[in-house]
Write a protein that binds this ligand. Structure first.
Ligand code: MLT
Length: 263
């Protein structure tokens, strides 16, 4: 039974064109603040909190699979009476997009993939995730946040925009241990989405921060080679969170793409 999700939204409620933005880990819909503050003209933007994050209730059990997350987002889209949407996801949100494309492709009219990768975890990364989950279970999320934060933002963002770092830290600190643990288990168990890339036939925009060390530009290039007709755009001086670090560039690229797929 898909989960009912809390979501934030912006733009006209009766818009024909709808963009759904899926957040990364361990964030929430709050990470899309700039995009919700300035939605593209005429578009409705919906940003769900994935199960166990923000204000959405957690999934039952201790694993949020990417499939369950995708089903929950699809349930929300159907509950809202939407026939099809442009789906966007950043990092873990991208993993959810791949699951979504496997399970609910008819609901997606176009795709935006930001700072993500189609491949599964290596054995080493998977083990690391399970160790992190055990530590979060014993000691809370502090160590995980301190370890992730320096890798999330470009050196320039850290130097020139301390407010972005503070915002990102605040969003991460709001995540509950249970939500974090379930997502760690779910990401560790996710399948390889590389083989299904060629079956993605909707218009696809791939964006990546040029300084992203978590899902580096090379991953985006591989993804772009796999998805027929996709367009790839680097965002200079951004790390893993270009929508927060270089908002104007991110929005310009996404809005331009949306114009090209509007109905
Ligand atoms: C994210 O931003 O969603 C995470 O870095 C994804 C991951 O840990 O693989």
């Amino acid at each position: 039974m898909p989960q009912r999700l809390h979501y934030r939204e912006a733009g006209p409620a009766d818009a024909r064109n709808v963009l759904v933005l899926v957040h990364g880990f361990p964030f929430s819909s709050a990470m899309w603040r700039p995009q919700l503050d300035a939605p593209p003209a005429g578009w409705r933007v919906i940003a769900p909190d994935l199960p166990g994050f923000g204000e959405s209730p957690p999934i039952e059990g201790d694993m949020l699979s990417m499939d369950a997350a995708a089903d929950a987002v699809a349930g929300l889209i159907r509950d809202l009476g939407l026939e099809s949407v442009v789906l966007g996801g950043l990092s873990m949100g991208g993993y959810v997009c791949f699951a979504f494309m496997r399970r609910h492709p008819k609901l997606v009219r176009a795709l935006v993939l930001a700072d993500t990768r189609p491949g599964p975890d290596s054995e080493q990364v998977r083990r690391g995730r399970l160790q992190s989950a055990a530590k979060v279970s014993g000691n809370g999320t502090g160590e995980l946040i301190d370890g992730m934060l320096p890798k999330l933002l470009s050196p320039l963002t850290r130097k020139r925009q301390p407010e972005v770092e503070a915002e990102v830290r605040g969003i991460m600190e709001a995540a509950t241990p249970a939500g974090v643990i379930a997502a760690l288990h779910g990401m560790a168990a996710r399948p390889d989405s590389t083989p299904m890339l060629r079956s993605i036939t909707v218009p696809t925009l791939i964006v990546v921060g040029s300084d992203d060390v978590i899902t580096p530009p090379g991953e985006a290039q591989l993804m772009s080679r796999g998805i027929p007709g996709s367009r790839i755009e680097p965002i200079v001086d951004a790390g893993h969170l270009p929508n927060l670090e270089q908002t104007a560039d991110f929005d310009r690229l996404v809005h331009g793409f949306l114009e090209s797929v509007a109905v």
